[in-house]
Every structure is written in structure tokens, then in C-alpha cells.
Ligand binder design. Sequence first.
Ligand code: PMP
Length: 281
Amino acid sequence: SEVYLNGKWLKHDEAFVSVFDRAFMFGDGIYEVTPFYSGKPFLLKEHLKRLKYCLDEIQIKFDPFALQETMLEAISRAGLNEADAAVYIQVSRGAATRSHFVPEKIETTVLLYAFPVTLKGFEKKSWEVMATEDKRWHRCDIKSTALLANVMANEEAIAAGFAENLLVRKGYFTEGSHSSLFFVKYGVVHTHPEGQKILSGITRAEVINICTDLNIKVVEKAVHIDELVEVEEIFVTGTTTQIIPISSITHKNKKVYTARKDSVTKKLQEIFIKRTREKLT
Ligand code: PMP
């Protein structure tokens, strides 16, 4: 399949970057994943806005909004005009002789490609997960390619037979290794507040919008692991995950949560499916 690299369309196995690329050496780059339902983008502006925010935060000068046409072209070149797919964008600071010091003259490395994803049928899934200490850095709002802590947490879960690893900082749940996290307690939806401890999930924001429209109260407040006894429903969200309920949580080899209800998650999934059919641009 084809990828877009620094302005050129290349076969993926003929596309190369320098061994001195800073994303390769330092994880010095930002990425973004945008979903396409039946060939049409969902929340495209929001994804590009987050990408711009992250690039600004690490002082990479690049305007991702200039990539909109290229994203659509990636979908058609990959023959995904009618299919469910996603577009991956990665902007690296660029290549320079290895040094922490960033030279003034450096050109960003821009990679973009489309790939098929299964978006249908998520509402039939549920995940058994584990929980572990959040070992990530203190800028989780930056969607950096340096995903080592996320990869390690996810691998730990997979090796133990779980679908995801929920991360806990000082006793409070932040988010999943690759998903945002929601709790329903006494009918009120709880999720960790935005800030530097979580990624500002695009699906998270859309789920909050849906709650507002449904008159479901949302509290942006972290939930403590000891509060699980009062929790009725838990679900995770993400661009390719969409909305998936958590059936159980295992923490330090003990089951600390088993789902009690599903009505709020079901309702949100129903509206989410509608929006991913109608709110496409
Ligand atoms: N948190 C983390 C750590 C993630 O990697 C992701 C992305 N898959 C999310 C949350 C969900 O964000 P989004 O809804 O924007 O995909």
C-alpha cells in the first residue's frame, strides 16, 4: 500500500526516513488518528485541532490543516472510499545528527497513510481489563510518538489475558493505555478532568456532548479505586475503540469490579452510532 512521506506518494516498502530522524531516536514527534466511516471523516476538525495543539506544545512549526486534502487522497488511493478506515498522521521534528540540542535548521518529517479498520459491531463487545500504576510522564495531554509506557502497560494486560490496562495515579484512575475512561456512579457520568494527566480524547469530548444532549449529568472528576464499590457501569472510549463497556477489573490479581448495569453505556452507544452515520463531513 501507499504512504505519503514529505510530499511524495510512495509504496510503503519503498518509503524511508533517516536513521537520525528524531522520532526514531527520541520519540520526538506527534501523531494523530482520524476515523473515516464509509469513507467520510468523523470529527476531522477536532482531530486536526488537537494535532495543532500538540505540535505547538512541543514547538514544531507545522499546520496540519494543510493536510486535509491529502487525508482524503489517502483514503481514495487506498480504495477505502466506501469502507471504514482511519488516517494516521505523524509529524516528527526531523533528522539531525544525534544530540539533545535541536538545530535551528531542521525540516519536519511528515508521514500520512490510510488503513482499514473494523468500526462496525463495537456495541456487541465488552472488555475484561486489569488496572495498574500509571507510569507515564506528566504531559499525557501531548499525543507524542514516545509511547513506551503505554505499550508496556498494554503488553502487560495482553500477556495476562486482558483487553486493556486502566492506569491509576495516586489511587485515582486516569485513563486506559490507549483509551479514555468513564464511570457511572448513582446515574452520574464521571471522567478524569482534562489537563496534563490524560489525553484530551476526541471520542471523550463527543461522549460528553452526547450526555449533555441526553440530560445525563457529567462530572469531570477523577474516580478513586476505593470508589469502585459504588460504580454501576464503566466504559472506555477511543477513535477505533468507540464505546466499549468494561465487564470486570482485576487489580493486583484480585477482581475489584464487576459490571452491575449497562443502561447508560447502551444509550450512549446508540446515539454515538447515529452520529457516526449523520455527523460526517
Ligand atoms: N487516551 C490514550 C492514552 C489514547 O492513546 C487514546 C487514543 N487512542 C485515547 C485516550 C482516546 O482518544 P481519542 O478518542 O481521541 O482516540
